[in-house]
Design a protein around this ligand. Structure first.
Ligand code: PHB
Length: 392
């Protein structure tokens, strides 16, 4: 018997002896799993945090409110997408709240800060969004697993899509922080590998929304297309400003799907026709997705998006791995169950890579009304290069 489970039984035995009632051993309630969750509940990424949490709760609800027979408690913290507070938040969840494992976050900088704490404490950490390449690359760790994507994965395939449509020059625009910088780099890598040229790559500080001056510089550079990485409510503001500036009718947008995901209901056609790539889409030909969307409608008024799916998949991953470890959440035991885990997801089936990142299909999509409509597969079973990941 695993140490954790054994401890629970010993507690139960001690309790029942004190009560002098031997049959209570069989009725002993397993201790609740304490899961520390760091997500943004304020700021531009707040809608992503809400969707991820709701997705996890839905997965838990579908397994009867228990994983491996253990009730589950989520101890949530609003991390404000603020990397400087991440170590303090993660340390508090571990030291004060005595969580068994950590889940987080949306923002790459926050996740990098959390991972540092997790590497020191040895707690299992699951990343339900943040794409920082290093988390499953140069800074990979035996106890850190990602259920979402790497930043590289969700833009690299765009270059081929654009080249196939005859586009030879582009401008890039993003927030200046880890994720934005990685999107700019991987976009250039994919576009240049297919003969394209990035004329200009512009940034503004996260999470600023003053896009006007950058749009003027883009107009002056006269690229054939514009690409960018924005997300959450900031992405909606960008798409609105792009359309209102008059650029949308002159220079088409080709973007990572993060920029058009989860926000179309807040726009009135300003995103119509935009092409994107992402590991999820509306109208996927997949039965698991249809069932998920029906279940989602019962728990949320918001439209389904990739963030909801990532939260849901984080729950599926935990359910499956905890079943294999008989409810033991310690990283050393979970590692074996998580490596190579195969998940049947609304996004399509995916497998955990050696570097602990999903190997998954990346879809081509186009905005039609309020949907990011599935148009085909941009990259089949795409694996992040996981450069310099050494796991002992
Ligand atoms: C990130 O900071 O890694 C990030 C945030 C939001 C996204 C994607 C990546 O939609």
């Amino acid at each position: 018997m695993r140490t954790h489970a054994r401890r629970q039984v010993l507690h139960a035995v001690a309790g029942s002896l004190m009560l002098g009632a031997a049959p209570r051993i069989l009725q002993a309630k397993p201790a609740a799993l304490r899961i520390g969750v760091m997500l943004p509940a304020s700021g531009t990424y707040a809608p992503l945090g809400a969707a991820i949490l709701q997705g996890m709760r839905l997965a838990l609800q579908e397994s009867g409110g228990q994983w491996a027979g253990r009730p589950v408690e989520f101890l949530t913290v609003d991390d404000e997408s603020n990397p400087s507070k991440a170590p303090e938040h993660a340390n508090r969840l571990i030291a004060r709240d005595k969580v068994d494992l950590l889940i987080g976050s949306v923002h790459s900088g926050v996740a990098l800060g959390m991972a540092k704490v997790a590497r020191e404490s040895g707690h299992l950490m699951l990343i339900p969004n943040a794409g920082a390449n290093a988390l499953t690359g140069s800074a990979c760790a035996p106890n850190v697993f990602r259920t979402s994507f790497s930043n590289w994965q969700t833009i690299y395939p765009l270059g081929k899509v654009m080249a196939d449509q005859g586009i030879k020059t582009a401008a890039f625009l993003t927030w200046k922080y880890t994720a934005g910088q990685e999107y700019a780099e991987a976009f250039a890598q994919g576009f240049e590998a297919h003969g394209g040229k990035v004329l200009t790559s512009l940034t503004l500080p996260f999470p600023q929304l003053e896009f006007g001056p950058l749009l003027a510089q883009i107009a002056a550079a006269r690229p054939q297309a514009v690409s960018c990485f924005f997300s959450g409510s900031g992405a909606a503001k960008f798409l609105l400003d792009y359309a209102r500036s008059g650029l949308k009718d002159k220079i088409p947008l080709y973007v990572t799907g993060h920029t058009t995901e989860g926000i179309l209901h807040a726009l009135k056609g300003e995103a119509e026709g935009i092409t994107s790539v992402l590991h999820y889409a509306d109208g996927l030909p997949n039965a698991k997705d249809k069932a998920f969307r029906q279940a989602w409608k019962k728990v949320s008024k918001l439209p389904v998006d990739v963030f909801a799916v990532q939260g849901y998949d984080t729950g599926l991953v935990l359910a499956q791995a905890l079943k294999a470890t008989q409810g033991d959440p310690t990283a050393k035991v979970m590692q074996k169950a998580l490596e190579g885990i195969r998940i049947s997801s609304p996004r399509g089936d995916w497998v955990m890579s050696k570097a602990h990142n999903p190997i998954q299909d990346i879809y081509l999509r186009q905005v039609v009304g309020q949907q990011n409509l599935y148009k085909g597969i941009a990259a089949k079973a795409l694996e992040d290069p996981g450069s310099n990941c050494r796991l002992s």
